[in-house]
Design a binder for this molecule. Structure first.
Ligand code: AMP
Length: 215
């Protein structure tokens, strides 16, 4: 089965996607992580994407769809985090999966109040080595500002500054929200309250997956 996690930045898609990928053996495709990695390595793709990622604007659809085609060559079950973000990307995903005789089985929409999101994103810290995500209030590292797993100093993402967060939320409203109707019409949308505690959100998503699998 293939799954999409949809929702505003900071709602917890990345954290949930990582847990789900481990438990259910999904291959995780996070377009944000792929882009940040390319930007860091100064690749051709990274240089093209940098100016968009830095200010929280969406990277053009054709670049994103090329990434998806390259990263979904095998018939593995996939979980997509942060993709699709526009109707054009959703149509591209549909095209790619159909061509391979696959389908998108469920779209998990995590929703959350904007004030909670701004608070969460401004307190988010990430390990630059292993990618583990922390929240200084709800899920702080055990040892100062160091990653629990690799002891690397945690970083704040450049686009997690308040003025950029607001921009990302505006773009989300305008360009990504229309996807709700797109997937609602296909009857694969599951709405889950992302403001609940992480474990509770995880259990709810898990139930959806187990149910989809048994149908
Ligand atoms: P994320 O880590 O998912 O919040 O993504 C960080 C940034 O990467 C976004 O603000 C965009 O600039 C870019 N990005 C990630 N995924 C996409 C996508 N599917 N479409 C366009 N831009 C994206």
């Amino acid at each position: 089965m293939n799954l999409v996690l949809l929702g505003p930045p900071g709602v917890g898609k990345g954290t949930q996607a990582n847990h789900l990928a481990k438990e259910f053996d999904f291959k995780l495709i996070s377009t944000g992580d792929i882009l940040r990695n390319q930007v860091q390595k100064n690749t051709t793709l990274g240089l093209k994407a940098k100016k968009f990622v830095k200010i929280g604007k969406l990277v053009p659809d054709n670049i994103i769809l090329d990434i998806i085609v390259t990263h979904t060559k095998n018939n593995h079950p996939y979980i997509f985090d942060g993709f699709p973000r526009t109707v054009k990307q959703a149509m591209g995903l549909e095209h790619t999966t159909k061509k391979r005789g696959l389908s998108l089985d469920a779209v998990i929409y995590l929703y959350c109040n904007e004030n909670v999101i701004i608070e969460r994103l401004s307190k988010r810290r990430v390990c630059p080595l292993c990618g583990k995500i922390y929240n200084l209030i709800t899920n702080p590292p055990k040892n100062g500002n160091k990653c629990d797993l690799c002891n690397e100093s945690l970083k704040q993402r450049e686009d997690d500054r308040e003025e950029i967060i607001k921009n990302r939320l505006k773009i989300y409203q305008r360009q990504t929200m229309p996807l709700l109707e797109f997937y609602e019409q296909k009857r694969i949308l599951h709405k889950i309250d992302g403001s609940k505690p992480e474990k509770q959100v995880y259990e709810t998503i898990r139930d959806v997956i187990l149910k989809e699998r048994s149908d």
